[in-house]
Design a protein around this ligand. Structure first.
Ligand SMILES: [Fe+2]
Length: 231
């Protein structure tokens, strides 16, 4: 029994590939999501670069997330594990777990806001937040872009649940630099793999094109949802 799942075709096909009926999805499994925009539709970022980014790198993090989940379950069930912080199989898996799962989530946040026309007027509330925070949209983009130039991995404008406001954070790795309790709104992949194919070492131009490709409508939708939350 495989059933059909039109809303999640990729997950279902992956489950079938694993030989797992779709109605009994293991809790550790991660969903492989399709790109939310048409391949080849971005300004400056080629179809080839995005295909590699999504189908190889992102898909690889999804696959490894599942593999790590399986190994953690098997290790627990073996009842033969050691929680050693210098080195242990459990430590290695727990470290890899946050790297892989953040690799999945961060790429989804990034892909989710691409495919737009870069027109900030389409996001009135987020634009207002930019102006309140940085004085103007242009000054906000200028600061964010400089922070992105300084990042080796991720540059993110997030809704910080503890602070109850937008804050910008950088991370040099998937599991470094993030602040727990913050939900990304605008996520920029600053790893070399995101731009070297199309821009060589010209990271500045890649970042300029990111803003041209930003879907402010989607960013606004996300901002309106998360800015309702505080703890
Ligand atoms: Fe990436």
């Amino acid at each position: 029994m495989t059933g059909s799942c039109p809303s999640l075709p990729h997950r279902c096909s992956k489950l079938r590939a694993y030989g797992v009926p779709s109605r009994v999805t293991p809790l550790y499994m991660t969903e492989l999501k399709p790109l939310p925009f048409k391949l080849g539709s971005l300004k400056g970022i080629s179809e080839k670069a995005m295909l590699i980014h999504h189908d190889k790198l992102y898909a690889g993090y999804v696959k490894k997330s599942d593999e790590i989940g399986e190994k953690l379950i098997a290790l627990r069930k073996s009842d033969n594990y050691e929680g050693n912080a210098t080195f242990s199989e459990l430590r290695a898996l727990k470290d890899a777990e946050t790297f892989a799962i953040n690799g999945v989530y961060l790429h989804e946040w990034y892909f989710d806001v691409l495919g737009g026309d870069g027109v900030a007027d389409k996001a009135p509330q987020l634009s207002k937040a930019f102006i309140e925070k940085w004085g103007s949209i242009e000054d906000g983009i200028k600061w964010f872009s400089a922070c992105a130039m300084a990042a080796r991995g991720w540059s993110i404008l997030a809704w910080d649940l503890k602070a109850g406001r937008l804050k910008h954070y950088n991370g040099d790795s998937h599991n470094q630099g993030g602040v727990w309790g913050s939900i990304p709104v605008i996520t920029l992949d600053c790893f070399e793999h995101a731009y070297f194919i199309d821009y060589g070492s010209d990271k500045k131009k890649y970042i300029e094109d990111f803003w041209k490709n930003l879907d402010w409508v989607k960013a606004e939708e996300l901002y309106l949802k998360v800015s309702q939350l505080s703890i």
